[in-house]
Design a protein around this ligand. Sequence first.
Ligand code: PGA
Length: 248
Amino acid sequence: MKKIIAANWKNNGSKKFIKDYFDYFLKNLVSNNEIIIFPPDLYIDKLNHYRDKDNFNLGGQNMTYVCDDVTQTSGLSSDMFIDNGCNYILVGHSEVRGQYTACNEAAKSLYVSNDLQVIFCIGESADAKKNGNTQNVLIKQLEDLCKKGNYPKVNPKKVIVAYEPVWAIGTGNIPKIDDISFIHRFIKTYVSENHPFLKEKDIMVLYGGSVSLKNAQDILSARYVDGVLIGGASLDAEEFTKICNLKI
Ligand code: PGA
């Protein structure tokens, strides 16, 4: 079954890194999965030059909310990402949520995502998990995704949620596979019951947090898992290519 395999490079990369990476990646990629790479904004155009029709997709890691009649230094719009070859945008990654002022709230990014396919990131902290609050925290985050008023321009045809427990990001710890399936099912049910436009078949859920070549096959084979969002391990061209080439 075709899965989404997404690479979140965060603030990593250089021109030399990209050349070496793609020398390996394009030579060894034999994948039917849908691959998305989220490089730092400054390198999106560089990666765009390595693209063949459908070997991989590109996305932005964050977008600025700018009111129509306001200028904003450092602002980036959905049109600019699209102009540089992107068709995806990450919204609400835990490393971005709350880092900026009101301009970067997840809901506002939804409002200006236009033709970009949003990957909406949610996840509970270690404390929330310890206190048995995981589902409450996820519902609070999903409320933005499900609010009709957050989609004024275009109605999305599908929704992609990335479930990334904050305590699993970059730590080497992952939830039990059954727990991942349980939470993914919970997300699909909640969104299908609360989203103004979408049915359950239109909702995909990716898992993120310490995905590596060692655990990717098990995670991708789990029920209700439509793909993975990979940080650290996606920076190793060989490891990422092998994950992309997995057959599920
Ligand atoms: P990680 O990061 O794979 O390094 O845990 C995932 C993410 O933050 O998206």
